[in-house]
Unconditional design. Structure first.
Length: 366
């Protein structure tokens, strides 16, 4: 699929963001861009990566280099995946299937949000790349189990259970806009007969409060692990003690995240806690990270701090809003190309070499 001229002229994710802002309806744009309360964590997520210096090596032969790696036993061309983001059809009619097709073209994994506007089976059919699904522990545990088993039967490759959402964070733009699921769209995988669909209420918390549960605990992760043979990652961790609890509960990996700054405002940036959490993992499984990844240099920084892969959320929505499937493909292309160039300029030839150099390559600004 050839990109429209505007997409082809986009040099960075910031260029895609500018296109998307003009294309996406304002209430939906506010939903996608907002963070909790004063949005301090949202801002810190972005800034923290920039404060890490890359101490590049000179005169290294980088003529042969590879950004490929393995994640959950699958080879991928870059340590990158599409993070779960809700209601993608608000950004573009292509929605989650457009994202899935773009990920398929790049062979980049995608994690589907529970709050998808497309049925998980249709998204599975749209990609040959690994497809994961994000899961909330809802107040209706029977429904949660049914959803996991449905996804398992559809061929979902892994699950990411969200740990940072016992209640919904307060996103004030949504309250001011009286945000709700737009008419004509469905929360396709969370529909229950006679139960709320998200088309009424104020803010996502008012619309879909039943989808989460403040009583959720590590025992629920153990229970979820018993419902499937697929790997489970715990998403929404910022401290080493929770890393240990996740693996003790049967997780195959951990995902360092603060929900894109949309839950607890004042939580640390993921870049600030990644190294300690990755050290606590101790080789027990993969470490993922999201939050403010905007450049290929950020991917390099994350790998040096101990991540096995990074996930991007809003940039996928920017690509989707800017040009549907082609826009997502352009976003992935920009990041993958930037990462390859960052490797060359830093004097490294593989993802493994970045990790080996670690703190010698990426250091906090003094």
């Amino acid at each position: 699929m050839s990109a429209p001229p505007a997409l082809a002229q986009c040099c960075s994710l910031t260029d895609l963001e500018a296109l998307a802002q003009h294309a996406i309806e304002r209430t939906a744009w506010d939903y996608f861009r907002s963070g909790a309360w004063d949005e301090q964590t949202l801002a810190r997520n972005n800034a923290a990566w920039r404060q890490l210096e890359i101490h590049f090596r000179g005169m290294i032969d980088v003529s042969r280099r590879s950004s490929s790696t393995r994640l959950l036993q699958r080879a991928i061309p870059c340590p990158l995946l599409a993070a779960p983001t809700a209601m993608q059809k608000m950004a573009h009619p292509d929605g989650e299937c457009g994202t899935a097709r773009a990920c398929s073209g790049a062979q980049v994994p995608m994690c589907l949000s529970s709050l998808s506007t497309t049925a998980l089976e249709d998204v599975r059919a749209a990609t040959t790349a690994p497809l994961w699904m994000q899961i909330y522990i809802s107040q209706d545990r029977g429904f949660t189990r049914t959803l996991v088993e449905r996804a398992d039967a559809a061929g979902i490759d892994a699950f990411a259970v969200t740990a940072d959402t016992p209640v919904w964070g307060v996103r004030e733009r949504d309250l001011r806009n009286a945000f709700r699921v737009p008419d004509g769209l469905r929360i396709a995988n969370l529909e229950r007969p006679g139960q709320p669909t998200g088309h009424s209420g104020v803010g996502i918390g008012g619309a879909l409060s039943w989808t989460i549960d403040p009583s959720a605990s590590w025992s629920d992760v153990e229970r979820l692990a018993s419902w499937t043979t697929k790997p489970i990652l715990v998403k929404g961790i910022c401290r080493p003690s929770d890393v240990n609890a996740a693996f003790d509960s049967g997780a195959a990996g951990v995902w360092i995240s603060n929900h894109g700054g949309r839950q607890l405002d004042g939580a640390p940036a993921t870049a600030d806690v990644l190294a300690a959490c990755a050290q606590a993992v101790g080789g027990r499984g993969p470490t993922l990270v999201d939050g403010g990844i905007r450049r290929g240099t950020d991917i390099l920084r994350a790998i040096a701090l101990g991540a096995d892969a990074v996930a991007v959320g809003r940039p996928i929505l920017w690509g989707l809003g800017a040009g549907g499937e082609a826009g997502v493909a352009r976003a992935l292309e920009i990041l993958m190309r930037e990462f390859d160039l960052a490797m060359a300029l830093a004097g490294v030839r593989s993802v493994a070499e970045i990790r080996e150099l670690g703190a010698d390559l990426v250091r906090n600004r003094s």
